[in-house]
Design a protein. Sequence first.
Length: 365
Amino acid sequence: MKRRKTAVWMAAALSVAMLGCSGQEADTADTDPGVRTEAPGDEVSETGSETAKDTAPETGSGADKAQLEDVTVILDYVANTNHTGMYVALDQGYYEEAGLNVRIIEPTQGATATLIAVGKGDFGISYQEDVTVALTSEEPLPIKAIAAIIQHNTSGFATYKDKNINSPKDFEGKTYAGWGGPGEEAVLKAVMTQAGGDFSKLTMVISDGSGFEALRDKADVMWFFEAWDNVKCQLNDFPIQYTPVRDLDERLDYYTPVIIASDKTLEERPDMVRKFLAATEKGYRCAMEDPEGSAKILQKYAPDYSLEMLTMSQEYLASKYMEDSDRWGVMKDEVWDGYTGFMAEYGVIKEAIPAEKCYTNEFLP
């Protein structure tokens, strides 16, 4: 999908309510960004980088920024409500208050994990699956997950309701349209087998990017994200049958998305990492307390989406960022070990890797 640079300049600084955020309303059309990682064939950014594209309006004066520590965040895809807390922190000045000049950009070539590993950015948005694959490859990437943006996996399989596909066993003889991620085939094979189905009877293709409408006549099964795809279906009165993957196998309740950093950054700039996560947490708490205001802020950086859609998505995610947790960003061994074991069992990775090598809670506020 071709991505365009946001050209919306921030107006006067927005005030922060005692228990929330504020934002400016704007009318824009809704488009389909997808949810996952890098798309092939993306253009070079306007700043000349061959690996990432800037998404944010500039804030602050040159003199002010000269006193701040530069930090680059590379997203997993286009800006969406998974990223709201970071945009709130940027927009409301939380990063600047922490002494950081943060730039948030989209990847245009290569996986975010790779870009972070080679020093193209300081922090990246990735997934437990991708981090595990990167750490267990023949040439492991020197990265770690340092915060979970959402505590539970809010994704699952969607079908058009009129097709009467009620369980993974019914995927037999059907077509699945996905993004070609390393764990897709493994998850589909597992859930179909567990339901008594024959995975060999499922046809897998790469999605053409047409969104939920593809379920009507181009595909039978797609992997949806509740806060994004399901919201779109609701807004468009498009009836789907939806099954969360974590209901099919508890090991599929993994962390997605997560914030990652390189080992070098963690070793050489630990104070910066702590400052970044503290300001980011403040942004996500603001998004939880004021979904509507934070959605307005996000729309300034992602103007292709309607405020109605962003608000509905944000209202859904407000209770998910810290679901079943009293601490934002925290991760647990059992979640990492559970999905790592699943990936090893179904051949996504050759052997399991200890959770302690994959993530750390050390830098969380």
